[in-house]
Design a protein around this ligand. Structure first.
Ligand code: SF4
Length: 390
């Protein structure tokens, strides 16, 4: 296996539109201090009218969310965009892989705009196609490739979804990961799963929902020759977890859970399954972003909660539910720094350019990748039961 070079692109110093990274804002980006920004955003949106549909991911800043026509998680937003075929422009306030998914699911005539191309996702960036193809070759060398079914989390680039489409695999969200794993295990005799790119979601789902033993899960490290695994380890494993993680959810730690339980007796710890297995084991409830929102909405007044997910969402939940005590499950500020790249100046800049007839920061997935990715997405849509929220 060859180690893959991953050049760092310091902000403002280059662009790589084929990856979850890149910076480009041609023309004048308004200053964040411009007091007229809110008015300018309103005016640009009004001028575009029905031609524009603004999507806001739950982890976006308030200053951006106020202009969203709809809010949600990445898969819901992509489907919401597909349900608005008349909207010429889909402005996606989220990150790069989400805009790609929206481009895949919307009509060819619709153009998907990401207001800042630096809004990537560190987790999606941890699995590059060349790395995954190297791993796939190693699985062939170990004699197991025919029994491996690749499953990728929604939070991955379009070419990883396409890889799964080409190789009999499926996309999943954090709501339906267990159903996707069940489907994948039934697909071939003695199936093994290659789970991309979030090892934590893969491990938490396999161990806690599917009853797979921890020692049946191995971690493929793309930075190490042979993934750091022997052929025997690959042959014994049932879950081959890609060594990727979310830089936000990976921050939550067991000691803060312990500390909060002492400080707030009776507190309920509610976390996202992208948190580490150790944190999830210590939590009271684990579930997707939609699950977290619904749980807090249904909670009784006076109850006390610590939430382990992105801070913009936790703050909004705390503001919306003053009758409950809601604290953040980390001692420090923990925003998703790439999500936060989408700010009001970038939103204004993107929409004003559209008003002027210039399409900026369009995200397009090439037709071949799109077709293969769609196969894996369609397999997810065909899964029985559960909703597909992440
Ligand atoms: S919160 Fe995590 S998974 Fe979501 S965009 Fe940020 S880095 Fe990626």
């Amino acid at each position: 296996m060859s180690l893959v070079d991953l050049p760092l692109l310091p902000l403002g110093k280059g662009r790589d539109l084929d990856a979850e990274r890149g910076v480009e804002c041609p023309g004048d980006l308004p200053a964040a201090s411009d007091p007229g920004l809110v008015e300018r955003a309103r005016a640009a949106k009004a001028a575009l009218g029905e031609r524009v549909f603004v999507l806001g991911h739950h982890y976006q800043r308030d200053e951006v969310i106020q202009f969203a026509d709809v809010t949600g998680d990445s898969f819901k937003l992509a489907r919401d965009a597909a349900d608005r075929p008349d909207a010429e422009f889909i402005v996606f306030c989220g990150v790069h892989f989400m805009a790609e998914s929206a481009d895949i699911l919307t009509a060819p005539s619709q153009r998907v705009i990401l207001p800042d191309l630096a809004a990537g996702c560190s987790m999606a960036d941890m699995a590059r196609l060349r790395q995954v193809e190297d791993a796939w070759d190693a699985m062939s060398d170990a004699g197991i490739q025919d029994s491996v079914v690749p499953v990728t989390y929604m939070n991955s680039s379009a070419d990883i979804k396409a890889f799964c489409g080409r190789h009999g695999g499926v996309v999943c969200t954090s709501s339906n990961a267990d159903v996707a794993l069940e489907w994948a295990f039934d697909r071939v005799p003695d199936a093994k799963i290659l789970f991309l790119p979030d090892q934590h979601l893969g491990r938490n789902t396999a161990v806690l929902k599917m009853g797979i033993a921890l020692d049946e899960c191995v971690v493929w490290d793309p930075q190490r020759p042979g993934g750091g695994l022997t052929a025997e380890e690959l042959q014994r494993a049932r879950m081959i977890l890609w060594k990727g993680h979310c830089s936000v959810h990976g921050r939550f730690s067991e000691d803060v859970v312990d500390e909060l339980r002492v400080k707030h007796p009776g507190i309920t710890i509610l976390v996202h399954p992208e948190c580490t297995h150790e944190v999830v084991l210590k939590a009271d409830l684990v579930g997707s972003t939609e699950f977290i929102i619904k749980t807090i909405e249904a909670a009784a007044p006076g109850t006390v909660w610590a939430i382990g997910t992105e801070l913009n969402l936790v703050k909004r939940l705390a503001d919306a539910h003053p009758d409950k005590t809601i604290v953040f499950l980390d001692r420090n500020v923990c925003y998703c720094s790439t999500m936060n790249r989408i700010d009001l100046p970038h939103l204004v800049w993107a929409m004003e350019n559209l008003v002027a007839g210039t399409v900026v920061n369009q995200i397009t997935v090439d037709p071949e990748t799109e077709a293969d990715a769609l196969v894996a997405l369609q397999r997810m849509l065909d899964l029985p039961g559960k909703s597909h929220r992440d």
